[in-house]
Write a protein that binds this ligand. Structure first.
Ligand code: B12
Length: 432
């Protein structure tokens, strides 16, 4: 090969590298700091706050929580087996715990947690959980309807999560169930109406990738391969000038999907490096405080995705996490935040004074104390979700949107967003 040949060969190689999404290792201290934020959640063993996603994230990370982690899984098992025990055993039950039944997506996350511990669901209890998840998906398929005119009662995000969880347990689903998610990805306007989010398409992509790797649904093989490509392209297109795929908080799931993939001619490698740089800056800024989001990010920092749960490596060495020293910041400064709810009668608009660094939830509590403002929340894996304002509960496919005036939707929930002095926060009832 002449000099020119060698040069072209090298350039070709570099070009190929630029097409692969690789995430170089991140400073282990930074990763540890992130992991430490999960420890209080693992130690907080209230049934209501149990979060299978935290267990999954930890097991796919380079970190471990030793005996606490094992105990956490034990309690998760008690909760989920109890929640879906056979009706025969629940005869004398009042209906109290029926209301607290985990959703389809939560059951799916629990099954992922079992796989993260290298367990396959099985036996009587396990089969019941699998049948339950399959029933959930069948119900959702019916809700979407034969002409795809309806919507899942939960969301396409949870639909994808359900398919993924059954897939990593080597449980097959009927083509018609998978077909609904394929259709949603194939018809963009359909997804838009259903609130297309990068998180949602990434989750769908992870489910399809699992089906592809497992050779499931062979009759739909071609559609599945195409859908994976479509999803990757959509996510690449959604990259912002700062480097996020969608926004900072959808970037971890997006990277789970893109990581280790190869897309010739798409400069995928460069896009992923840019996303990594943007994420690192945020990690240093402590943007990742939410346990659920940390649990989606930790696998990425360890080069793993949920698809690795097909055959997880449970022997991989992981660093034992030590609790961090808390140094609570004390502040005397008081700020004022304008809280407004224009859609109620009479419209609510008040300036609320709180200590600097207070969360939006603290602002709500202060407003409630002062009178004239009420709100209600529901506990979720992401934290407290605002479900009612001034007694107005959300209807089907509605939500109370959080915005910073004039029109910027917040990227965090009420427990995490910390308003700045002089900011106006609007609560708006919208359809999604
Ligand atoms: C679907 C979805 C929605 C749907 C939820 C309705 C439904 N029936 O599914 C809608 C469109 C209504 C929604 C609203 C909001 N969402 Co949203 N949502 C999601 C998504 C894509 C999936 C959630 C899910 O199903 N998880 C799986 C199930 C098993 O877990 P779960 O806990 O049982 O799920 C419930 C909660 O997640 C809750 N929920 C949904 N979003 C949010 C956001 C917050 C902060 C909280 C506390 C709860 C919550 O709704 C789910 C169904 O009941 C996630 C993506 C992700 N990466 O997690 C974003 C995500 C959680 N949402 C996000 C945000 C910012 C919001 C809003 C705050 C936006 C806003 N400015 O108003 C609002 C919530 C406001 C409120 N009332 O408290 C962020 C949270 C980032 C963070 N820092 O924590 C995420 C990560 C998306 C993103 N990349 O920005 N969301």
């Amino acid at each position: 090969m002449g000099h020119l040949g060698v040069l072209l060969f090298l350039l070709g190689g570099l070009g190929t590298l630029a097409d692969i999404c690789e995430i170089p290792e991140v400073d282990s201290k930074l990763v540890e700091t992130l992991g430490q934020r999960l420890l209080p959640w693992i130690d907080w063993l209230s049934l209501e706050h149990l979060n299978p996603s935290i267990y999954v994230g930890l097991r796919l990370s380079s970190l471990q929580a030793g005996a606490r982690e094992a105990f956490y899984l034990h309690i998760l098992k008690l909760k989920y087996q109890q929640s879906f025990r056979s009706p025969r055993l629940a005869v004398n039950d009042d209906n109290r715990d029926d209301q607290a039944k985990p959703s389809m997506g939560q059951l799916a996350l629990y099954l992922l947690a079992l796989r993260a511990n290298c367990e396959f669901v099985g036996g009587h209890k396990g089969d019941r959980l699998v049948s339950q998840l399959k029933r959930f998906l069948e119900d959702e398929k019916r809700a979407i309807g034969p002409n795809h005119k309806g919507h899942p009662r939960t969301s396409y995000y949870q639909y994808g999560l359900g398919i993924l969880a059954l897939c990593v347990h080597q449980k097959r689903l009927h083509d018609t169930v998978v077909g609904k998610l394929l259709y949603a990805v194939e018809h963009e306007q359909h997804l838009h109406r259903d609130h297309l989010s990068v998180d949602t398409v990434a989750m769908a992509g992870l489910a399809f990738t699992c089906l592809d790797h497992s050779n499931f649904n062979p009759n739909q093989r071609h559609r599945i391969t195409l859908a994976i490509r479509t999803v990757r392209e959509k996510i690449l297109k959604a990259q912002t000038p700062e480097g996020y795929f969608g926004n900072v908080y959808s970037t971890p799931l997006a990277l789970q999907l893109l990581m280790n993939s190869f897309m010739p001619g798409q400069k995928l490698g460069t896009a992923c490096l840019k996303a990594r740089t943007a994420l690192l800056a945020n990690m240093k800024d402590e943007a990742f405080r939410n346990a659920l989001l940390i649990s989606q990010l930790l696998p990425v920092l360890n080069g793993k995705s949920y698809v690795d749960l097909i055959s997880p490596d449970c022997e991989a060495p992981r660093v034992l996490l030590q609790p961090a020293m808390e140094n609570p910041s004390q502040t005397q400064e008081v700020i004022s935040v304008m809280l407004k709810v224009p859609s109620v009668l009479p419209p609510y608009r008040h300036s609320i004074s709180v200590p600097a660094g207070s969360s939006l939830e603290d602002v709500f509590n202060k407003a409630q104390e002062l009178g004239g403002f009420t709100y209600g929340t529901q506990n979720t894996l992401s934290g407290p979700y605002l479900t009612s304002v001034m007694g107005k509960e959300v209807g089907e496919r509605e939500f109370w949107q959080l915005l910073r005036a004039p029109d910027t939707p917040l990227l965090e929930g009420i427990a995490e967003y910390t308003p700045k002095n002089g900011e106006t926060i609007e609560l708006r009832l919208v359809s999604w």
